[in-house]
Design a protein around this ligand. Structure first.
Ligand code: NDP
Length: 360
């Protein structure tokens, strides 16, 4: 039997099981976010000038879910394969939950720009339920959710073939490293545009509950049934590429975030160089203007490469990210020029390329 034979069709019974799984998972995370300890951090000033205080519980939840999964799997013999088996029912239920939460946000939020726009884009910057900031909270079912989906594909491979291939090991390791480095500096999220300026509506809710867990795990579908294992050199080579991309992605983001919070903090052991007093031209920001994007695309290419090069579908995500981020880089250049004027032109002469030296 292959993976396809393991996947259950959508029926009333599978939908009911999937509903219990999704509601149980998201509900447990919500209770955890409400009750467990977290880092107290101040957000960046919002468009209205106000600053919000956050309790960041992502790392706590990430580890609590690890411990719970470990105890269930190794202590009680629970299998994670049912997540993959119910994939399409979970997908349907996650969509339904995203719609329900969006409707509840609309019903309880302010009315600003008409039903459809308020529903899709949101009308409230920081909706809070029972003291939990929903925008920050929703990253947890999203990211911990995609991790569980990836692990369940690995569990399915072990059930089907009695082993884990090196490429499956790579995929698990890459995802874990990506998520761990996210949670280690969870406060970085407070500096992103989504958190500072985007209102919370169906677009973000759907992205968190459906797009990330179900689309980002796409390469798994082609890794499970690959019976020819990667050679040691393929595994080592790909791991080095992933490590380099992830380091570039995280370091660039962390350097800028640290600079914004503590402008005098050293970068690569030296005092930061500035252009026009406000633009960082040290570290990766002295090499290129959007190397954080390059690093992120590199990580997604590595996820896809674990599935080999025989199928186009695993590359859907890195390709869409290249298009999205290349456009975003150009838009951000224009935004920064409008904000910083001549200083931005001087900075562009210093860090000449956006994402790829000599090309873009
Ligand atoms: P950046 O983190 O690059 O932030 C851009 C902003 O940073 C600019 O508008 C400017 O804002 C400031 N800035 C730019 N250059 C400098 C400089 N040299 N010195 C000081 N400030 C500077 O971009 P995003 O917010 O778009 O992305 C954040 C992260 O999220 C990235 O790592 C990206 O890869 C990731 N991302 C992922 C997506 C996905 O779908 N997976 C989608 C979008 C982003 P100001 O000065 O006003 O603060």
């Amino acid at each position: 039997m292959t993976l396809a034979g393991l996947i259950l069709p959508v029926t009333g019974a599978t939908l009911w099981t999937a509903t219990q799984m999704v509601v149980g998972f998201v509900g447990a995370l919500f209770v955890g976010a409400r009750l467990l300890p977290g880092l107290e951090r101040s957000g960046y000033p919002r468009p209205d000038g106000a600053t919000k205080e956050y309790k960041l519980t992502g790392m706590t939840l990430f580890f609590v879910v690890h411990i719970a999964a470990f105890v269930l799997v190794f202590g009680f013999g629970v299998s994670l394969t049912p997540i993959v088996r119910h994939f399409w029912s979970l997908f349907a239920v996650a969509n339904a939950l995203a719609i329900l939460i969006s409707l509840a946000l609309y019903a309880t939020g302010p009315k600003k720009r008409g039903v459809l726009r308020d529903l899709w884009l949101g009308a409230d910057l920081n909706p809070t339920w029972l003291g939990v900031d929903l925008k920050m909270f929703m990253y947890q079912p999203s990211l911990i959710g995609v991790n569980l989906v990836v692990v369940s594909f690995a569990s399915a491979q072990r059930d089907l073939y009695g082993t884990l291939t090196p490429q499956m090991g790579c995929l698990l390791g890459f995802w874990w490293a990506y998520l761990f480095t996210h949670y280690v500096k969870e406060e970085f999220m407070l500096s992103t545009w989504d958190v500072i300026a985007e209102e919370f509506g169906m677009m973000l809710v759907w992205g968190d509950l459906v797009y990330v867990p179900f689309l980002y795990s796409l390469p798994c579908w082609w890794v499970v049934d690959q019976t020819v294992p990667f050679s040691l050199w393929q595994s080592v080579g790909l791991s080095l590429l992933c490590f380099a991309s992830l380091s570039l992605f995280r370091q660039a983001n962390w350097q800028k975030e640290r600079f914004k919070r503590t402008p005098n903090a050293t970068i690569w052991g030296k005092k930061p160089e500035l252009v026009g007093g406000r633009l960082l031209a040290s570290g990766w920001w002295g090499v290129g203007r959007k190397l954080n994007y390059t690093g992120e695309v590199g990580v997604y290419i590595c996820f896809a490469l674990t599935a080999g090069v025989g199928h186009p579908w695993p590359y859907l995500l890195p390709l869409s990210l290249i298009v999205l981020l290349a456009q975003r880089a150009a838009r951000d250049d224009r935004r920064c020029f409008a904000k910083y004027g001549e200083a931005w032109t001087t900075y562009c002469a210093r860090a000449r390329f956006r994402m790829i030296p000599f090309l873009y």
